[in-house]
Design a protein around this ligand. Structure first.
Ligand code: CMC
Length: 422
């Protein structure tokens, strides 16, 4: 028998039976019985805002799959560019498809000289690189005005290539500008992650060859951050994209959502927390303070995962590969002790609080000498693939413009009073 629920309106005694499909019930059916009565669900805690086939999370089991492929297998065997192809196309590429994809991305990494010379250089010298990135992505829409033709398949595809290709260039440019270093042009002979590291760190050498272990670590971190279903920034992408604006403007909105400390800024907060704790001896007192309601254990807990975040497990392994090259981040021991203490503590056990993706990623970035301000930027580069995959999916689903309702709690109608009489 098909599964369903029955809702009864106790005011009238009328009922409606609604089938449960893919774990959800259609709110439009509810509306038939109760027109003008809205679901009250701030922060969309219990609302499925989309049907999506891009990624799957089992929060209780701690599982994440992109297009059906477990994240562990992708992190082990794939590359960020292959994962970006998978997210956007739904399938892994053949050898020829992949070669063409890599070629296309590689040959769209340059940014217009005016973006660099006139636009980026217009920022204040100490501008936050994420603020620069958000604005630069939005500005790209003015350089590619054809991007507004979002239903032309060729034009749409071209903008997706441009966005994925230019994100590292803009990100590195934002960093170089904020530290007063000259811009480094992309090097088409390098892989995607190695090129990014070259644009970040190259100084006087004719060619910057990143340490392969570090380039691989960046590639793995990019894969792990590429997609995470209806998170805050992806929801922003879908909501803004539903107005049919061009993809650069929608991506800028998504990147702005990622800027916030509750989303892309959390790994920076983890580093600040570990530095403040300062020593292994201080860990028990810190945990005690968290349990008493004084702040949170940053990098722990997740709206969806009620188990160990599978990305955190992989990142923990990658951290050791990176530390082989860079030397151990001195904050690692404090992080390990915190994790061990929290995982044995009833407070964290009862609330199912486990390390999330941000608990260890900041330690890696810091060991690789990325400044803290670059952490959300490092997140935005790969998440662009996920944003675009959802954007395309939404356009193909021909969704309506996102426009929720509200429960009005303000003043009843009243008459305007001139200022002299108030
Ligand atoms: N430390 C201590 N207590 C916590 C924590 C934490 N990190 N996270 C949740 N709790 C407690 C919270 O106080 C509440 O307890 P009680 O029931 O006694 O009031 C309970 O656990 C449920 O918390 P919640 O705030 O209702 O959960 P949420 O789903 O709204 O929040 C979260 C999810 C990620 C915002 C939260 O766990 C948090 O603030 N974590 C720290 C920040 C962090 O690591 N953020 C990165 C998230 S992953 C990256 C991304 O997806 O962008």
């Amino acid at each position: 028998m098909a599964e369903s629920i029955t809702i009864t309106d106790n005011r009238t005694g009328e009922s409606i039976e609604i089938p449960i499909v893919d774990g959800g019930v259609a709110a439009t059916e509810w509306e038939k019985l109760l027109p003008g009565v809205w679901f009250y669900d701030p922060a969309f805690m219990t609302t499925a805002a989309a049907e999506s086939s891009v990624s799957y999370i089992d929060g209780d089991a701690g599982k994440l799959e992109y297009r059906g492929y477990p994240i562990e297998q992708l992190a082990e065997q794939s590359t960020y560019l292959e994962v970006a192809y998978l997210l956007l196309h739904g399938e892994l590429p053949t050898r020829d498809e992949f070669d063409e994809w890599v070629h296309e991305i590689t040959y769209h990494t340059f940014i217009h000289e005016n973006v660099r010379k006139r636009f980026l250089e217009g920022f204040h010298y100490d501008a936050h690189p994420m603020g620069i990135l958000v604005s630069a992505v939005a500005a790209l829409s003015t350089f590619y005005p054809e991007a507004k033709h979002i239903f032309d398949p060729e034009i749409r595809y071209k903008q997706m290539i441009r966005l994925i290709a230019k994100m590292p260039t803009l990100a590195a440019a934002a960093h170089r500008f904020s530290v007063g270093m000259p811009f480094v042009y992309p090097d088409n002979s390098l892989s995607f992650p190695a090129n990014f590291l070259s644009m970040m760190w190259k100084t006087a050498e004719p060619r910057f060859d990143a340490n392969p272990a570090l380039a691989r670590a960046v590639d793995v971190l990019f894969m792990l951050h590429a997609e995470h279903e209806q998170n805050c920034s992806t929801t922003a992408m879908r909501v803004v994209g539903s107005s049919h604006v061009d993809p650069y403007s929608a991506c800028a909105a998504a990147a702005a959502a990622l800027y916030g400390p509750r989303h892309g800024g959390a790994n920076e907060t983890v580093i600040r927390m570990l530095s403040e704790i300062g020593s292994l001896e201080a860990v028990p007192d810190f945990i005690k303070a968290v349990k008493e309601g004084h702040g949170r254990l940053q990098g722990f807990g997740h709206r969806v995962y009620k188990n160990y975040d599978p990305r955190a497990k992989i990142i923990r392994r990658v951290a050791y590969d990176v530390f082989e090259v860079t030397g151990k981040n001195p904050l690692l021991d404090i992080a390990l002790k915190l994790e061990e203490t929290a995982l044995e503590d009833d407070y964290f056990i009862a609330r199912k609080l486990y390390p999330n993706v941000d608990f260890y990623s900041g330690l890696i970035y810091q060991a690789m000498e990325f400044p803290l301000e670059m952490f959300p930027v490092l997140f935005a580069i790969p998440r662009t693939a996920g944003w675009l995959a959802h954007w395309v999916e939404m356009l193909d689903q021909d969704t309506k413009i996102a426009r929720p309702r509200q429960l009005y709690t303000g003043q009843p109608r009243r008459d305007y009073v001139p200022v002299e009489s108030r």
